[in-house]
Design a protein around this ligand. Structure first.
Ligand code: S6P
Ligand code: ZN
Length: 185
């Protein structure tokens, strides 16, 4: 049985005050291939601060994501995106800073896009792949909690892409179809 724990999260940055955290940092090199155009370099696109607990379905994994502002071509910086390996595992996000879009898609291509602003709680039901996009000029920061044994399937998104992209249009962030998307047959 786990011992209860508490953490203090800096809402503007997503920093967590516990030493026992696992930090994942993704650079432009790491996310090359997710944008229409290639991207290279050691610039950090986003960081995830994870408070790991046992990967069992009676516990909840928690973490914060700090997604920096920036663009590759006309696309905003975004996360790689994933399905949960155990497909029916759900997740909630709570945005604490910045402005973004949460792209969600099923394996057959049904798509929902929701806004992320400070105070927004996004519920991601099981079966929906998810990717966050920073459409603002400050870091997009959000807290996430998800079922302990969910796991991450990145390969399907790497193979199929997402049905939509978010690009900088004349009137601001615009959701457009991704012609290179293929449904996961
Ligand atoms: C985990 C949750 C988030 C993402 C993070 C980075 O299930 O959805 O913590 O891991 O936002 O995105 P990605 O797609 O690189 O894991
Ligand atoms: Zn997830």
């Amino acid at each position: 049985m786990l011992t209860p724990f508490a953490a203090n999260i800096e809402l503007l940055t997503g920093s967590i005050d516990l030493p026992e955290q696992r930090v994942v940092s993704r650079t432009l090199d790491d996310v090359n291939g997710i944008f229409e155009t290639g991207c290279h370099g050691s610039e950090v696109v986003y960081e995830v601060f994870n408070l790991d607990v046992p990967e069992i379905n009676s516990e909840l994994q928690t973490c914060t994501t700090r997604l920096y502002p920036g663009r590759v071509g006309d696309e905003y910086y975004m996360t790689k995106g994933h399905f949960h390996e155990v497909r029916n595992r759900s997740e909630i996000y709570l945005t604490t800073s910045g402005v973004g879009r949460l792209l969600m898609a099923t394996s057959s291509g049904e798509t929902v896009v929701h806004e992320m602003t400070p105070g927004t709680m996004n519920y991601i039901p099981g079966g929906w792949a998810h990717r966050s996009v920073n459409v603002g000029s400050e870091p997009l920061v959000f807290f996430a909690a998800y079922v302990g044994d969910a796991g991450h399937d990145y390969a399907t998104i790497e193979k199929c892409g997402f049905p939509v992209r978010v690009v900088a249009g004349e009137d601001g962030p615009t959701v457009v179809a991704n012609p290179r998307y293929v449904a996961d047959a």
